[in-house]
Design a protein around this ligand. Structure first.
Ligand code: ATP
Length: 235
């Protein structure tokens, strides 16, 4: 579904992503792991056109989209839940969800999807007309993911969905990601929390200082003590 080849991202002299190629098959859950500053967010942002690539090509759904705008990519079925959630705190929960559907004009479909997320997360229904900043961190993450889903993506990319959340909430988020896979979504998940994401991923890539240092199945990575210890701080 997504084939990114030889992607490089530079910020002036800083080479954040160096000649990285990744493949995400339809229906797959793929983890993109690596330490702080490895270039994970830069790679994700470049895939959705939020930061420019210096080199590389992106093929999505069999079409080359290397130079497509973010809006065009969203229309084609990509969506991203950014790091730190980036919900609009002064807007209501309902307004945040509406913004996720900005590219759509099918009112009935939008209403149907809104109901779906309000059923899934009753707290969002309860707070529908309150400013989103009053939600807890976990609730904001549920809202952020729901908002990304309001564009009805085929591929959802999540940047550190577990960041800063209590373990119980992290479990809920990952349970929700398993539900998304059952709905047929393809997921690319950037995480520092390797052990949790490897439980739900099919395959994984490990980035370190801008380069891929491991690619393989989630099982292979879990059993590869050296990579786990060296790059992910796990034994
Ligand atoms: P983290 O988990 O901390 O977000 P990451 O793996 O996502 O790390 P990036 O945020 O992509 O890594 O950062 C990769 C490198 O690029 C780092 O050295 C970072 O300081 C640098 N960098 C990221 N964004 C910018 C920017 N807008 N301008 C300049 N340098 C940047």
């Amino acid at each position: 579904m997504l084939e990114a080849s030889h992607i490089s991202v530079n910020y002036g002299p800083i080479k954040a992503v160096r000649d990285v190629s990744i493949d995400v098959g339809r229906g797959d859950v793929v983890a993109l792991l690596g330490p702080n500053g490895a270039g994970k967010s830069s790679l994700l942002s470049s895939l959705v056109g939020l930061v420019p690539k210096n080199r590389g090509t992106v093929v999505f759904d069999n079409e080359e989209v290397s130079r497509a705008s973010t809006e065009d990519l969203i229309r084609r079925g990509m969506s991203v839940t950014p790091e730190g959630r980036r919900i609009f705190g002064d807007l209501t929960v309902g307004e945040n969800l509406r913004l996720g559907a900005a590219i759509r004009s099918d009112k009935d479909g939008i209403a149907e999807d809104t109901e779906k997320f309000l059923d899934l997360f009753p707290i969002l229904r309860k707070r529908f007309n309150s400013a989103a900043r009053y939600l807890s961190g976990g609730e904001q993450q549920m809202l952020a993911i729901s908002r990304s889903l309001m564009s009805r993506p085929k591929l959802l990319m999540l940047d550190e969905p577990s960041l800063g959340l209590a373990p119980r909430i992290v479990d809920q988020i990952f349970e929700f990601l398993v539900t998304l896979r059952q709905w047929g979504l393809t997921l690319l998940i950037v995480e520092q929390n390797a052990s949790e994401v490897l439980e739900i991923a099919d395959r994984a890539y490990v980035l370190s200082t801008g380069s891929i240092v491991f690619s393989g199945t989630a099982n292979e990575l879990s059993n590869s003590g050296g990579v786990m210890e060296l790059y992910l701080g796990l034994e």
